[in-house]
Design a protein around this ligand. Structure first.
Ligand SMILES: *Cc1c(COP(=O)(O)O)cnc(C)c1O
Length: 453
């Protein structure tokens, strides 16, 4: 039987177009009297970022339950990452439901929700420091390199994969030094120039949002001048957490634009990569910033992280993917959460990623459908979540191999312990049983050497 027409669409299917409008920040007591011009000023945003619990209390204390604030005070004390939250992010949080809010979960730790770290966790879980030929440069994959020219960000994510290096030292972590000075940058450029196989450089950090326009120009031009470099990506979380900077820091936006144009004239591809995790991070300000970049012909791609309580359900992930597409951001990756300290409550199982991927695929254009990725702990690099060699779902052990990155090795990812059955949790509590389970999984995967974290 033929259907002549598709039935009318459920309005819920168009939820992604329902982008936050108006002066939404005025609901935050501290921003009640802040007008649009002030709120859009990136300097004002930077100056009013919340870095301490006292600042948090001053900003939202009047409207939030005191028990939540106490919980946050203890959360700040235990956090491995420094805290820094832009007023834009503060204003995007639903303070009537702070425990459930997906933006609060990413930036403001609360002690009551913390879980013990997974026993297999190490600080630099991706072993970036091992693949680093010169300070501030990671050369893991044959034709691409990751350049980390600075150590600060416009906000600090609780779940930072580089918490070993990024942000000021905290009571819990002394940060390893990354390249900070132009001398170190020059050493990175020299290394890249002597490695003809490198075609692609990711400029990350830290966050290029924090970089002075003259340094964007310096780095962009130095890399474009290397004949075998064909592609550059400037990585910034800024578009997600402080989109107004694109509109009001004209020197910064123009510096990026000039590198893109210079690259284009040389037939080299220069793009921006960003990091939205929740559809709630996208407002009319984001849309306006994206319109400016789009008019300038600048490609923007998104790399999200799958985070428990933030985007680990089909509806939220689909809305994120479709809302990004609506504002011309290409959803590129959705990562499994890295095994980093103090964030066990934010991780999900690999099965969750498999299930969400299956549901998201088919909802929109293939080129706007992200790849779901596990960046294999131990330095195996990025793997399609589906491509495991073996998955012990009972014990939450996933075995990957990466023949073109680290041939002959197996790499392991572990589901969060609290999502396993009580029996499996009991098995993890015993170190000898733990080792046996892992050895068994590697054996079943046909692997030889497990690069144990
Ligand atoms: C992620 C990453 C890259 C870029 O990888 P793509 O899959 O091309 O996005 C390059 N180098 C390192 C070390 C990385 O972690």
């Amino acid at each position: 039987m033929h259907h002549l027409a598709k039935p009318p669409v459920d309005p819920a299917e168009l939820e992604h177009r329902n982008i936050r409008q108006g002066e939404f920040w005025r609901g935050v007591p501290a921003y009640e009297d802040v007008d649009e011009a002030t709120f859009l000023d990136h300097i004002w945003q930077g100056r009013h970022s919340v870095k301490t619990t006292d600042e948090l209390f001053e900003t939202i204390g009047a409207i939030v339950d005191p028990t939540f604030l106490e919980d946050a005070r203890e959360g700040f004390r235990r956090a491995p990452m420094a805290v820094r939250v832009s007023p834009y992010m503060i204003a995007s949080i639903d303070w009537t439901r702070p425990y459930e809010d997906p933006i609060r979960r990413q930036f403001i730790p609360v002690a009551s929700k913390l879980l013990p770290d997974h026993p297999m966790l190490t600080l630099d879980s991706l072993h970036e420091q091992e693949d680093s030929p010169v300070q501030g440069l990671i050369h893991r994959y044959v034709d691409k390199a990751l350049f980390l020219p600075l150590q600060t960000c416009p906000v600090y994510c609780r779940f930072c994969t580089r918490s070993y290096a990024i942000g000021p030292d905290t009571a819990n972590v002394d940060k390893a030094p990354l390249a900070k000075t132009t001398d170190l940058w020059n050493a990175a450029f020299e290394y890249i120039a002597t490695r003809p196989e490198i075609e692609d450089v990711v400029i990350s950090g830290g966050d290029v949002y924090q970089m002075a326009p003259k340094n964007i120009t310096l780095i962009g031009e130095a890399l474009l001048a290397i004949p075998h470099i064909r592609r550059l990506r400037f990585a910034t979380k800024g578009l997600a957490v402080m989109p107004m900077k694109i509109l009001t820091d004209t020197a910064w936006a123009d510096a990026i634009t000039r590198v893109v144009e210079k690259g284009r004239a040389q037939h080299k591809d220069v793009v921006i990569h960003t990091h939205f995790n929740s559809p709630n991070e996208i407002s009319w300000i984001t849309e306006r910033a994206m319109n400016l970049l789009f008019e300038r012909g600048i490609t923007v791609r998104n790399q999200a992280v799958l985070i428990r309580g933030v985007n680990d359900d089909v509806r939220t992930m689909t809305t994120l993917v479709k809302r990004l597409s609506w504002i011309n951001v290409h959803p590129y990756y959705v990562y499994m959460h890295d095994l980093v300290r103090g964030v066990e409550d934010m991780r999900t199982s690999v099965q969750t990623s498999l299930d969400i991927e299956k549901a998201v695929r088919g909802t929109t254009a293939g080129f706007n459908t992200p790849l779901f990725i596990c960046d294999a702990p131990g330095g195996g690099g990025k793997r399609d979540v589906h491509s495991f060699d073996y998955y012990d779902r009972d014990n939450g052990i996933v075995v990957y191999s990466a023949p073109s990155v680290k041939p002959g090795q197996s790499f392991l990812y572990f589901d969060p312990i609290d999502t396993l059955s009580p029996d499996a949790q009991a098995r993890w509590a015993v170190p000898s049983v733990r080792e046996q389970m892992i050895a068994e999984a590697v054996f079943r995967a046909g692997g030889k050497v497990a690069a144990l974290a």
